[in-house]
Design a protein around this ligand. Structure first.
Ligand SMILES: C[S@@+](CC[C@H](N)C(=O)[O-])C[C@H]1O[C@@H](n2cnc3c(N)ncnc32)[C@H](O)[C@@H]1O
Length: 466
């Protein structure tokens, strides 16, 4: 009796929660509609949106999320396509560009760039182009692939292409442009306790949706609304790129992932051939030193079947707060988020020196490997600021490597393939730290996964006294 009444109370509570969430969502949408109507009054709503985007430091997704729901589905694919492949799209629509445009425009010129509005409008008149760009999941992937407009080096700033050519040669630079101008697909990481094949069927995904590179991955080439699914609601999977999934596996068992890596981002990632133990990897203590909002933290914790411990650090309270929410939602009892004070990290860390089995330093970087998902980043890149990154990355490696215990491993990862940040920083760490031995490294993606760099060392001797 008591049980039935408890169940009734719980279900009543859940219903109230859902009702409240719905009414909050409706209220948010009403605010968006009002803002949008305000914009409409200018008679140039897209122009206003474009200027806001050029001038704003906010992420494109956040600005798009401010659009009312019906406008978002209409505008977002067109705006994203314009940002991904401005030159190729203009050419497809018969709109001429000046040499080097838009990359040679100053921010002031860019915010008034008439071609942006022209392309945006022309897409309205060409729904067949817009439909393919949207990667509408109702269109068969084969048809989409056939009619896809491919990106070229002209769709990226010339300084960026010059760097790719310097690092990798003209042929690979072209391939990187082609890959990083594609619309991003949706990848899922299936939780260890779930059956990947069952989830695939639940989501009505094709057989080949099972990722060839990640043993816990499912991928959709185009857009797929997975968040409304029952599986997502019950926490059966997370949305996560397969490259990130592999980094989490590498933290537990480098031997499983090192064979997939390539010497250059121009090569295809090799298929995965290992097998994750059913009950998860042996429980260990892991430090996720630059955890951000914790995509990799959750994966590392899940791969131990809820055992072991993952301490996730970041210097930003907003990221730690977001991570704590995610840890709670995913019910990961073996993960803990801790905020560190930048410049004073050692105060908190000192007692943990030499204690961790594995330390992941997923360092801040240029992010060029994820341009497919963040096309606006190439428009706003600060090429001078990039020069400071290797110093920061070396500093973070020096700092967090002290946590690794003898016999433990240090994993350095980046979502970029810029050599100054990847191989140069790794070579410097190896030469300055003879107590660490490199056990391998290389690149993942950006064809099969987002673009990543990975390097792993093992600590051979006792941590140095400080
Ligand atoms: C590439 S992002 C990490 C992404 C994250 N691992 C994920 O999977 O989503 C790098 C992170 O390093 C953090 N960071 C920067 N300096 C740091 C420091 N001194 N200690 C710890 N984290 C730091 C940044 O705030 C940022 O969240």
């Amino acid at each position: 009796m008591a049980n039935a009444s408890n169940r009734r109370t719980r279900s009543q509570k859940k219903k109230t929660q859902i009702k409240r969430a719905r009414s909050e969502r409706d209220r948010d949408d009403r605010v968006r509609v009002e803002k949008f109507l305000e914009r409409q009054k200018t008679n140039d709503p897209f122009g206003k949106f474009w200027r806001e985007w050029v001038e704003s430091r906010r992420h494109l997704d956040a600005l798009l999320a401010d659009l009312p729901k019906n406008k978002k589905s209409e505008w977002a694919p067109r705006i994203q396509a314009l940002l991904r492949i401005p030159s190729s799209l203009a050419a497809e629509l018969g709109i001429g560009l000046m040499a080097g445009e838009p990359w040679n425009l100053s921010p002031e010129q860019l915010s008034e760039w008439p071609t942006a509005a022209q392309v945006f409008k022309a897409l309205e008149a060409h729904p067949e182009v817009a439909r393919n760009l949207a990667f509408d999941s109702s269109v068969s992937p084969d048809i989409v692939a056939e009619s896809q407009i491919y990106g070229t080096v002209d769709d990226f700033p010339s300084e960026m292409i010059a760097q790719w050519e310097k690092d990798w040669g003209a042929k690979v630079a072209k391939k990187l442009a082609l890959e990083l101008a594609k619309p991003p697909g949706v990848s899922l990481r299936v939780r260890l306790k779930e059956d990947r094949e069952k989830i695939r069927k639940e989501l009505e995904a094709r057989k080949d949706a099972l990722s060839p590179v990640s043993p816990v991955g499912i991928r959709f080439e185009g857009y797929k609304a997975v968040m409304a699914s029952e599986g997502f609601q019950r926490g059966a999977f997370e949305i996560q790129d397969e490259g990130s999934q592999l980094l989490a596996i590498a933290v537990h068992d480098p031997k499983m992932v090192l064979p997939l890596l390539t010497k250059s981002p121009g090569e295809e990632t090799h298929p995965f051939s290992g097998e994750i133990p059913k009950k998860g990897f042996p429980p260990i203590t892991v430090i996720d030193a630059c955890a951000g909002a914790g995509g990799k933290t959750l994966a590392i914790a899940d791969l131990m079947g809820g055992k072991g411990r993952v301490f996730a650090y970041d210097i930003y309270s907003s990221k730690i707060a977001a991570l704590r929410r995610r840890i709670g939602k995913a019910q990961m009892t073996n993960a803990k988020a801790i905020q560190l004070e930048e410049g004073n990290e050692e105060v908190t860390l000192k007692e943990f020196f030499g204690k961790a089995d594995a330390v992941l330093v997923d360092a801040p970087c240029s992010g060029w490997g994820v341009l497919r998902r963040n096309p606006d980043a190439k428009w706003k890149e600060n090429f001078t600021a990039l020069e400071k990154l290797p110093e920061l990355q070396s500093h973070l490696l020096n700092l967090y490597s002290r946590l690794v215990k003898p016999g433990g491993r240090l994993v350095y990862s980046l979502c970029t393939f810029r050599k100054e940040e990847s191989e140069a920083v790794s070579a410097r760490f190896s030469s300055e730290h003879p107590e660490f031995t490199s056990i391998g490294g290389g690149y993942l993606g950006p064809s099969q996964t987002d673009g990543f760099y990975l390097q792993i060392w093992e600590r051979k001797t006792e941590p140095a006294e400080r």
